[in-house]
Design a protein around this ligand. Structure first.
Ligand code: UD1
Length: 354
């Protein structure tokens, strides 16, 4: 069996890693195609190095552009690559533009697509990721879900039962793999020792592209930073908007984006995390570390119902929300967040050879 992985943006890489490793262990032929949506060392290359993923076989070097242009470029450049390799399965990950663009092309070439992280919905079509999720799931042939709510959602949207396979969360495979590699572990009661610090990541267009919204978020963070150490590794988009709008960081320590392992070092000693990232909502739930998500909705409801996540739609509420945070000892993990999702994905593909 030959599988071809499509990755392009930062959150794709920790999802690819465990599937790639499981593929190696099973002796499956694998091709990695990097669209080049992200291209900076810390946004891309560092993940391949630290997560033990082979160098991409193909790099489409699409770079940054508007959504339409980026999507079109990926489609144009991925078509000959898919025809050249003709895999038994193309795997796409998450909800970025690379995920959707490659899926459209593979469908028309008659190649089978498996979507890792299928069935997540925010019901917010103002988010580009929601459009990417909907299109990808409608076209993909195998819907590999990270949580049971995703199965329910896909059934409700009319997807046939035979296409839906619950495999669990690959992001958590990578979390456990890396914690072990770094020798990081919680205390005997399952709780991580914290130093009172706060880790922040925010990069969604809805939080950083509007001057008033970004100003409100940063105003709250500046207040929090008066009493706690606040570290904010900022996406290039966030950095650029702060400069453009002339918004001050105060005592908030703004840094460049950090590699995966460095992020984990920061998060495991944090008192709480403030974010709009999907991955961090999941990682904090698996770690048992409180998470405040600065969004009106989440496509990952299990992080609220079974985890440590709390939505804070209005940034003006952040200071109070943080004051209300409690740290509870003992890890509770959603079903399938056990470090074995990658292996289950390879098994699901092997069960459908042609
Ligand atoms: C993308 C994903 C988003 C994900 C995020 C994680 C889509 C629709 N969005 O958003 O879901 O959460 O990645 O990081 O696919 N840039 C750089 N260096 C890079 C890449 C980007 O400086 O390596 C800058 C460029 O100025 C670019 C901007 O970031 O214009 C936005 O990049 P883009 O890939 O369009 O979207 P993200 O905001 O990164």
């Amino acid at each position: 069996m030959k599988i071809l992985h499509i990755v392009g943006a930062r959150p794709n890489f920790p999802k690819l890693a465990p599937v790639y490793r499981a593929g190696v262990a099973a002796g499956v032929a694998q091709v990695i195609v990097h669209t080049g949506q992200h291209y900076d060392e810390v946004m891309s290359d560092s993940f391949f190095e630290t997560l033990g993923i082979a160098k991409p076989d193909e790099n489409l070097a699409v770079g940054s552009a508007s959504h339409a242009v980026q999507t079109a470029r990926i489609m144009e450049r991925v078509e000959p690559v898919l025809e050249k390799h003709r895999p038994d399965w193309m795997l796409v990950y998450g909800d970025v533009n690379s995920t959707m663009a490659a899926t459209i092309v593979a469908s028309k070439l008659g190649l089978r697509t498996a979507h890792v992280e299928a069935g997540l919905r925010s019901d917010d079509r103002g988010m580009p990721e929601e459009i990417n999720r909907l299109v990808t799931d409608r076209l993909a042939d195998l819907l590999l879900t990270p949580s049971r709510d995703a199965d329910v959602r896909l059934r409700a949207e009319g997807e046939p039962e035979s296409e839906i396979v619950f495999v669990g969360n690959v992001m958590i495979d990578t979390l456990y793999f890396t914690l072990a590699r770094l020798g990081l572990a919680p205390g005997a009661d399952g709780a991580w020792a914290h130093d009172g610090s706060i880790v922040v990541t925010l990069h969604r267009p809805s939080n950083v592209d509007e001057p008033a919204r970004l100003a409100a978020v940063m105003a709250a963070l500046r207040i929090i930073a008066e009493t706690r150490a606040v570290t904010f590794p900022a996406h290039p988009r966030t950095r650029a908007r702060m400069a453009e709008f002339g918004i001050e960081a105060g005592r908030v320590v703004m840094t460049d984006p950090v590699p995966y392992e460095a992020m984990l070092q920061l998060v495991t000693k944090a008192y709480a995390v403030i974010t709009d990232s999907g991955g961090l909502q999941e990682e904090t739930t698996a770690l048992g570390i409180p998470c405040l998500t600065v969004r009106p909705n989440t496509e990952r409801p299990v992080t609220i119902t079974e985890g440590t996540n709390r939505l804070v739609p209005d940034p003006a509420d952040l200071v109070n929300a943080l004051a209300a945070v409690t740290r509870v000892a003992g890890l509770r993990r959603p079903e399938g967040w056990d470090g074995q999702a990658g292996t289950r994905i390879i098994s699901a593909l092997q069960a459908r050879p042609a």
